[in-house]
Write a protein that binds this ligand. Sequence first.
Ligand code: 5GP
Length: 200
Amino acid sequence: MNKGLKIVLSGPSGSGKGTIVKELIKDEQFLLSISATTRSTRQGEEEGVHYFFKTREEFEGMIAQNELLEYAEFCGNYYGTPKAFIENSVKNGKDVILEIEVEGAMQIKKIYPDAVFIFVVPPSLTELENRLVGRNTEAREVIEQRLARAKEELALYTQYDYVVVNDRLVEAIDEIKCIVRAEKLKSSFYGQKIENVIQN
Ligand code: 5GP
C-alpha cells in the first residue's frame, strides 16, 4: 500500500479553510488531525471532534511530556498537533490534513519536508472581515485581533507550495483535490508503484 500524503492547510482566520476541510473529509481518503487547544469551546463544537479542549496547565503538561509534534500561540491561546495520529494514518495510506496556523506549519516543514503546504486566502480583506463578523462566533475585540493577525499571515504565502483563493467553495475544494492528485503523480511519491512496474 502506498503511504498517504501529509497536507498542511493554513490561511487567515475566516479564509474558509475550516469549511473546506469539512467538505474534504466527507471523502474517506482524507483524515483530519484533531488538534489540542486552550481556547474555549464555540457553540456546536465537540471534544475530540473539533479539538481536544485543554486548560493551560494541561496543555503545558502535554508540551513537557513531548506529546505534541508542533504547537503555537495564536491570539492568546495555545494550539498544537498530537503526535501519534499522523504517522499511523499515513502508514495506512490515508491523506492526513493538518489545519494549522503558519508558525506551526513552519515547524511541520522542518519535521516533514515532504508534506504538501497549501495556503488558503480569502478574495479580499473586506470579505474576510465580513465572514468573521457574519459567523458570529467571536467578540469584536477578538475579530480585530484576528484581522490584524490575518494581515501578518497573508505576507507569508511564499512559504507554501500552493495558494488557493477561496472565493467559490466548490472551486476551492476542486483545486485542492487537483493538487492532491498531482502530488501523488510526482516521481518522488511513486517509489513502490514503479518498482512493481519494473519487476512485472
Ligand atoms: P480557531 O480558534 O479559529 O479554531 O483556530 C485559530 C487558528 O489556529 C487557525 O488558524 C487554525 O488553523 C490554527 N490551529 C488549529 N489547530 C492548530 C494546531 O494544532 N497547531 C497550530 N499551530 N495551529 C492550529
